[in-house]
Design a protein around this ligand. Structure first.
Ligand code: C5P
Length: 401
């Protein structure tokens, strides 16, 4: 049975072309036996009729805090709900919520809500990327709110990029998982490495890579939400990871990451090494900024320690080690080679071939290879948050039960 059965869901709809998806979402929630109360911003009614939504949800739809019918009790609704979903969430509504405005039912109920809040943003790719919008998302995240990742594809403007509202089926699946997976990792201590490393050439330059840290941070958040105590060792990344169960240690170089990870590993049940660690570092970083004098120059590099291989050597009975592989050729062979060489239990193979997968995207497509058998688990292209749940589900299914 769906975990959504009997759950009271507030569904906030703001004014975006994607508002049509809110009708499908309402229908799916109702099909899963949830009780749905729809709130719409006044501009959302230009995109989808309140009548459609009140018919689907079998309840009146509220838009203004006060109207012809009197005062609508947003406080009561905020306390009533088991979850508040804002889908689609426009840049404008996100901005209002981030700064605590309460000029309509949807924004006022947000301030009164004591339940988990989820946003499904929908906007044009440039609005999505704008620093003002990024800051609003960070603020909302810092209040403990959750986001359904935006999709990549054609947008209402005709431009192609990130900003599409998550699909109703994915939203319902993630909500279902949220209510199901309350605490299936409670009692586990999980070490996660994430992000790139920066290897100094001189005081201003470094050798780095394109890793954003998104996959590792998604894993840390998913594991923490599912009750694990998480140690996240994060290379230089703009991302934040906020959850009471996450202890964040920021590092810069491969050697710092090595130091932090080897110190923490002993007390862990599982280590997931999602970081893109630089294989080499400049052997003699210059103390002063290097001047451009010569026509040619070369930098001598020396190998960095391999964190995965080191942890693989010291791994004790009952400890699990999960690595990542990003290959451009002979993917399976190379991944399996790493699995054996580094004494990993499981390796997650990222694909660089799939559009929207791996570096710097919000989505990823992975295959999981196991040490104990020759089987592979293949997954679809999904949001990194969903991929994180798949990885943790696989760990639980094959190793932790
Ligand atoms: O050998 P390669 O870098 O492709 O292996 C990838 C896996 O090994 C990843 O899990 C990565 O986090 C880990 N790794 C590491 N330390 C290194 C290099 C890679 O932990 N120095």
């Amino acid at each position: 049975m769906s975990q959504l059965a009997g759950k009271k869901i507030l569904l906030g709809i703001s004014g975006s072309i994607a508002a049509y998806k809110a009708a499908f979402l309402t229908r799916l929630l109702i099909k899963n036996d949830a009780e749905v109360q729809v709130l719409m911003t006044p501009s959302a009614a230009s995109f989808i009729s309140p009548l459609t939504l009140s018919t689907l949800s079998k309840k009146p739809v509220y838009s203004d805090v006060s109207g012809a019918e009197g005062w609508n009790n947003h406080v009561e609704l905020g306390l009533w709900a088991d979850a508040y979903i804002v889908a689609p969430a426009t840049a404008n509504t996100l901005s209002k919520m981030a700064s605590g405005q309460s000029d309509n039912m949807l924004t006022a109920a947000y301030l009164s809500a004591r339940c988990p809040v989820f946003f499904a943003p929908a906007m044009d790719l440039d609005m999505w990327k704008h620093p003002a919008n990024r800051r609003n998302l960070e603020w909302l995240e810092s209040y403990g709110d959750h986001f359904f990742n935006v999709g990549y594809g054609e947008l209402a403007s005709g431009l192609v990029g990130e900003g599409r509202m998550a699909e109703p089926e994915d939203i319902v699946a993630q909500l279902d998982a949220f209510f199901t997976k309350g605490a299936d990792l409670r009692g586990k201590r999980i070490l996660i490495t994430a992000g790139p490393t920066y290897e100094p050439i001189d005081p201003v330059r470094f050798i780095g890579n394109r890793s954003s840290g998104k996959m590792g941070v998604a894993l840390a958040e998913a594991a923490a939400r599912r009750g694990a105590e998480v140690d996240l060792v994060l290379g230089p990344s703009a991302l934040q990871a906020r959850h009471n169960n996450i202890r964040l240690e920021r590092v810069e170089t491969a050697r710092e990451m090595y130091q932090a990870a080897t110190n923490l590993f002993e007390h862990c049940d599982v280590a997931i090494l999602a970081a893109a660690v630089a294989d080499y570092r400049p052997s003699n970083p210059a103390v002063e900024k290097i001047k451009k004098k010569r026509e040619e120059m070369s930098i001598d590099l020396v190998k960095n320690p391999d964190i995965a291989a080191t942890l693989g050597k010291s791994k004790k009975e009952g400890q699990l080690l999960v690595g990542f592989a990003l290959e451009t050729q002979n993917e399976m062979e190379n991944a399996r080679g790493k699995l054996e060489r580094k004494n990993l239990d499981m390796i997650v193979l990222n694909s660089l071939r799939d559009k929207g997968a791996a570096f710097n995207h919000d989505t990823n497509r992975v295959r999981i290879l196991h040490r104990f058998n020759n089987k592979t688990d293949d997954f679809e292209l999904k949001s990194k948050a969903d991929v994180a749940e798949d990885i943790l589900d696989t760990l639980l299914r094959d190793y932790l039960t």
